[in-house]
Ligand binder design. Structure first.
Ligand code: FAD
Length: 376
């Protein structure tokens, strides 16, 4: 069987689905292929944290993109809800960011955070020397600096992925749970992708395959300096009645999910396995033992995901080859859920030759420390 698309998208995580939906809304014929099916990798593994720290001045294009993207969330979710018929919970429960002043490493992180808040002219927060009520009787920190950001939010990212999938289906996006079985062929303005039982001819191809993008790029003769960074998480029973997130020493987070809390996460560069293992157990367990010894660690769920991290830690969002219509949207590392609304809109504008709302040049895949050619 042969099918024609205006654009084929490699990857059905948050980036691929958000970009596919944007294109389908423009009336284009869109096909998405992903050998693991939809939303099964980092985008489902994530905690769903969307914190801006009330930034109003930006020292880097990355911070500006990230914060502007999070501010689009309510409107973006409303559009996906309308298109999918699904509610997507966005909780503006606020965030308690607490530092243990008896821990020298935490004090260094506190100082860095204070410099950031000053630099970014943040004002929507309070600071005290006492632990918030929700931690009373649970937390072992004796000398604390506790920030409260009332406007911070988190999204139920697994629901978001399902809603994006539904919205794409309703908008006519075609899905295939396979990767092409042979190298891409390009000719006469079209890329031919051969699968086991069908062929796709696509006017444009967007690679949005998260950590696996590096393998696709290699198959195109491109060296892509990106590593997979494993993150392990657990879910425990909720020990407080609040909607708020908690960040302890900027090193351990607890994010409400129903009557449970998502707790994480490890940062393990260069790892490709997606199993929860003893390293995750030791990392999360030791922090819970030290900071929240009274809280039950009995996991309701344990899992891991792979984050895509480029060498300079900036995402790659731009053309791989504009002549062939090949583009790239990956490398969002720990912030892909947060960056999806603006990334999808920006990529769509780029694909249509329009001016983007944000300058994408800092994220050009061909910048220094970006892609290089390995063969002609
Ligand atoms: C533990 C953890 C916690 C996180 N917490 C947060 C958070 O709180 N907030 C936040 O903003 N971000 C968070 N992130 C980061 C965020 O999850 C990622 O940046 C984001 O999900 C990346 O989305 P993606 O679509 O690029 O990748 P993925 O979701 O990994 O999707 C990539 C897809 O490509 C597919 N694929 C693989 N090979 C191929 C191929 N050959 N062809 C086609 N498709 C292919 C995969 O099967 C997969 O479905 C977290 C990540 C992890 C791991």
């Amino acid at each position: 069987m042969s099918r024609s698309f205006d654009i084929a998208v490699a990857g059905a995580g948050v980036m691929g689905l958000a970009c596919a939906l944007e294109e389908a809304r423009r009336g284009r014929r869109v096909g998405v292929f992903d050998p693991a099916g939809t939303g099964s990798k980092a985008s489902s593994a994530a905690a769903g944290i969307l914190v801006t720290r009330d930034a109003h001045a930006f020292a880097s294009p990355f911070r500006e993109f990230y914060v502007r993207s999070i501010r689009r969330y309510p409107e973006w979710l409303a559009g996906i809800s309308a298109a999918s018929g699904m509610e997507i919970p966005l909780h503006r429960g606020g965030d308690h960011l607490i530092f243990d002043l008896d821990d020298p490493a935490a004090v260094l992180r506190l100082e860095a955070k204070q410099r950031q808040l000053e630099r970014e002219r943040a004002s929507d927060f309070t600071v005290t020397d006492t632990l918030p009520g929700i931690l009373e009787g649970h937390c072992r920190i004796r000398k604390a600096k506790a920030f409260h950001f009332p406007g911070e939010a988190y999204v139920q990212n697994r629901v978001l992925l399902e809603a994006l999938n539904q919205a794409c289906l309703k908008a006519g996006v075609a899905f295939l749970a396979e990767a092409p079985s042979s190298p891409w062929e390009h000719g006469a303005g079209t890329t031919r992708l051969r699968f086991a039982a069908e062929e796709w001819d696509a006017g444009q191809v967007l690679i949005a395959a998260g950590a696996w993008s590096v393998r696709l790029l290699e198959s195109l003769g491109l060296d892509a300096p990106m590593v997979s960074v494993k993150g392990q998480l657990i879910r425990i029973r909720k020990f407080h009645g609040s909607d708020a997130m908690i960040h302890l020493n900027d090193d351990l987070y607890l994010v409400p999910r129903g009557d449970s809390l998502v707790v994480g996460a490890t940062t393990e560069p260069g790892i490709w396995d997606e199993e929860f293992n003893e390293k995750g157990e030791a990392h999360i367990g030791s922090r819970l033992d030290r900071l929240l010894p009274e809280v039950s660690r009995e996991p309701l769920e344990r899992w891991a995901g792979l984050r895509p991290r480029t060498r300079d830690r900036l995402p790659w969002m731009g053309w791989i080859d504009p002549e062939r219509g090949w583009a790239l949207c990956t490398g969002h590392y720990k912030c892909g859920i947060s960056m999806a609304p603006l990334a999808a809109e920006s990529m769509s504008r780029l694909l249509h030759g329009e001016k983007t709302a944000v300058d994408l040049s800092p994220f050009n895949p061909w910048r220094r420390q970006g892609l290089t050619r390995t063969k002609a």
